[in-house]
Ligand binder design. Structure first.
Ligand SMILES: [Zn+2]
Length: 100
């Protein structure tokens, strides 16, 4: 589990690009939790902007979709590999919104 967690973290960090700090933790039920923090932005209360999503591959995708949207809105100059999936991310974000 530890090795795959580290590998996932490395893969996600490579995809997310230079503005991101990626952490993958286990919650109290031993599920993966993906957290992507922006090294440049602060949200409310001076805390760094971050996307936090539980789940394995679903959590990875959900966190990365949020991150892609953040890059597009706040860092249009960013050069991150994940931006190649921008169109898919926007479709998924719209679908999730409609499911609520
Ligand atoms: Zn940012």
């Amino acid at each position: 589990m530890t090795a795959s967690k580290a590998a996932r973290e490395k893969r996600a960090a490579a995809q997310a690009g230079p503005y991101a700090r990626v952490r993958i933790d286990l919650d109290d039920r031993q599920r993966l939790v993906h957290k992507i923090t922006c090294t440049s932005c602060t949200a409310r209360g001076d805390r760094p902007w971050s996307a936090y999503r539980p789940g394995g591959d679903n959590g990875y995708l959900a966190a990365m979709d949020r991150w892609i949207l953040h890059l597009v809105q706040r860092h249009p100059d960013a050069d991150a590999p994940c931006l190649a999936y921008r169109a898919e991310a926007e479709v998924r974000l719209t679908q999730r919104r409609e499911q609520r």
